[in-house]
Structures are given as structure tokens and as C-alpha cells.
Write a new protein. Sequence first.
Length: 404
Amino acid sequence: MELGSLTTRTDINVSVTYFEGPKVEVTTDIKEQYDFIISFYDGEILIDRATIQNNMWYENNRKYHTDWAITVEIKQTKELIHIDKLDLNEKRVLFEYGSKSMGDILAWFPYIDEFVKKHKCIPFVYCDKNVRKLFDKKHYSHINFVDTWGDYESIYKKYRISVSWDKSIGDGGFNETDYYKPDFDVNKTNPFYIPQQKIVTDILGLDYVEKKPKITFQKDRRNRKVFGKYVCIAVQSTAQAKYWNYPGGWDEVVRYIKTNLGYSVVCIDAESCWGKRNTFFNYIPKGVIDDTGYKTLKERASTIYNSEFFIGLGSGLSWLAWIVGKPVVMISSFSKPYTEFQSNLIRLYNDNNLSGYYNTGTLDRVDFHWNPIMKCQTQEEWSRMETITPQQVINAIKEINTWN
């Protein structure tokens, strides 16, 4: 970006703010009508240019992190009257989670901390209260958690930490031709085509390397006194597509663990029964120790920590198990293997035309029985979608049991 000399104009005021997208406003009392050329650079690269007149403003819609440099010139006089650069040092920055999902909050948080340290800003984080109780208060003492974000005028820059998309409407109404289009003003790349943690590194302009947040919980072994040697499982989820829909699959796996390994199996879902009214419900497997209920996440972390290993879906409890350091067997036809974490994991997935449909980017979070491949409303219909077998899970259990 080559710039000429800066001309001072006391009769023209230029205001630049960065709260969401960078906004430039030009105010003046002069009678002459000028054309003000506003140029937006990402470092040295010109990405947007607009022309406005006296007492007007223009805002670029890009909301993910950019090394903004902005110039304002008067077309008629060729004067460069303003140069502005994004400077987060000692500025108040808001990180607003657009998701209440435990998995999302845990997966994305370490990169917020990395961003804060890199840019030396004053951070405010808005996220679910229950999940944030897990974070190590001493390690993150420099981060301010907020329940409301208060006065926007005090915030220099806001980053929305989210998978954001717009509902596009086909044929003038909501029907089979509707689809979800990513909001590329928030997400730099399509969030369905990249690892879950890379979503936030793209938003914050960081290099993607798999990271875990620092959390605290009780590591005493009282669970061992109650359950003996045990394996934790979690079978429930927020959409039927995320379930392991093999008929009787969980029952068979539980029998194997108890009979062949001699471990107890402890189910730690929030609900023992979950589904959608007027369709069907999913029940926890037979033969498990029912430890379901809305316990604190610190309690859940402790229970997982003292287990031999964890078996679950592409869900928040699997992320929690990974963070506390337990080996994880993840059963997921729903998402492609690159979506979740990659370490300390055996990921079960069959690459076929009935798998990986989350990554089509058509997910409808409102519809519990969303399925872009075929209409599924019954257990029998969902079972036709499932290609991961109990034997695959048992083989994974045999392998992961040798890791301890």
C-alpha cells in the first residue's frame, strides 16, 4: 500500500470504528460537495473501495479478523486526509459465542486466549455460564466473562465466534429446495468443510493447530469405589442424525465390555430417554449403571477422568473426555472424520453415500429428524442409514483397551 503525504483538514471530520465491520463516517459543514474515496486494505491488499459524499458513511461487512488499514481521499483535490489502522493493543474486545453447545465452547476457547495474548487486548467473553465454570480461573484470570455485553460504545471490536449462515429460500417458500448458505462475512471459509476448531482460527486470524483449553475438576478416585473399573458412555444427542442408529448396537457393546473385559459401563448422559414426541424416543442401553441427570460438568469431567476410556458420539461429552485426557472411541456416521479432534482417538466412520452428511452444509438445527439423504421419522428408517456395526465398535474397544 503506497501512500502519499497526509493533508490535515480541520473542516472535515473522519471517524473510523471497528465494532463489527469497519465503518467510516465523514462529517463536515463545508458547502462544497466532495467525493470521498474510502479504501479498505487487509495489510497491503486492497479488498474494498467505496465513494461517499459529505455527511455520509460506509461500512465493510467483513467481521472476521483482518489487519485493517483504511484511507480516505478527496477525489476532486486528490488529498489524502485520513489513515487509520486496526490496533487492538489495550483495547476492549468482545468475543461473543453464537453457540450454547458445550462442545463448541470447549473446542473454541483456547484460541480466544491465544488471540488475547497475541494482540494484548482486554478480553470480554460472552458464553454459556455452565460451560465456563470448567475453565481454570487462575490460568484465565486475565479474561473477563460477562453475562451481558453492556455498553457497545465501550467495546472497540467484537468477534462473533460462531457457525453463521443465512437461510436461502427456493421457489419463493420454505420447501425441499431450501438450503443454508454460510455467512462469509463471519466465517472466512465454509465452516462445514473444515475441522471444528479451525472455524475459530479462521475467524480470529490464527494458525490452526489442535489445542485444548485448561479446565479444573476433582481428580480423586471416589468413582472407583462406587463403580469399580468402568467405561463411560454417552448415547444421546441433539439430533437423531448424530445418534448411532444401529438397532441394538449399544446393548451388544455393553454386553461385550461387561462380559469380556469385566468393566462396569456407566452412562453419563443428561437424559436416560430422549427424542421427539410423536415419532420415537432413544433409551440408554440395558445393563449400564444409570448415572444420567443434569450434573455439573466438573462432576462429569471427574467421572470420565477416572474411567478406563470413553465411548460416545460427535458430541460435547466426547470433547470433554478428550480434554480431560481419556482415550475416546467416537461413533459417527453423521460427520466426516476431519470435523472433530484427531488425537487420542479411534474414530469410527464408513466412507459411503450414507455418511458425512453434516458436512454438506445443509443442517437444520430446528428439525430433530433432519436428513438430507432420505426422509427418516422412525427408528427403522434411521437404521437404514447406519453402516457402523457393533463389531467395528468392539474391535475399536479391543484396541483402545491396550492403550492404558
